[in-house]
Write a protein that binds this ligand. Sequence first.
Ligand SMILES: [Mg+2]
Length: 281
Amino acid sequence: MVELNDTFKDLKLAIFDLDGVIYRGNELIGRADEIIQGLKNLSIEVKYNSNNSTITRDMYVEKLNKMNISAKISDFYTSASITAQRITDFGENANIFIIGEIGLKKELEKKGHTVFDDSSRFREIDYVIVGLDRNFNYQKLADAQRCILDGKAKFYATNEDSTLPGKERILPGAGTMVNALKTCTSTEPIEIFGKPQKAGILSILKDTGIDKEDTYFFGDRLNTDILAGNRAGIKTVLVLTGVTTKDQVQKLQERKKDSEDVDMNLFPDYIIDSLSNILKI
Ligand SMILES: [Mg+2]
């Protein structure tokens, strides 16, 4: 029987970031599949919290299944699904113009909203929501700008990641598109729903009913994963299989020592080389 390592002996709910923690692109990292199964065998709840809004939760289920990890739609809290939930909390049947991909579109439509991809009816648009859009172009930006400046649309965003890890190089993240719209409207998004905001983690805590003290967030990025986890008051673990290196954490610690203004919430409670460190195998 596998056991938890002593550091994690109070773990009851494990929240994982996906890219850089469970997989890299389409490749499973190490033995993440076995670790997830091991946790489930110990009756530990497993949830996933990703800032990637480009695919739907159904597509995430499929993606993990292909990597030998069983999952269900309700296991995933993506910046698209969190956005769709929050927008629905504001009111039903909204007209929304998006800069974003199918994940964001479908999650909003599933909640009963109408998604537009041009500004011909700009006066009727309630919200402009910006997420990662790999087909982003000048026309989309001009349409979004029109809905906000000439119409009544309110500006929201899924997340503000500046970059994302590509297969061989770093690529522009959703924040790039958010900033483009900020610039041409001279307005800020009213709310950004993904990490480092704690909304997703708080939903997971609420839905599972598990205490903060027994909950750990496993992520590979300090300024989204770790920051969100610390803001939500749960324990945070930096996993070194993604974008952040130990060296970067040390440099940040030195800057802190030099009494520079560094947010304490950027520091994880623990640092592990890979998810294998959670269990005694
Ligand atoms: Mg990540």
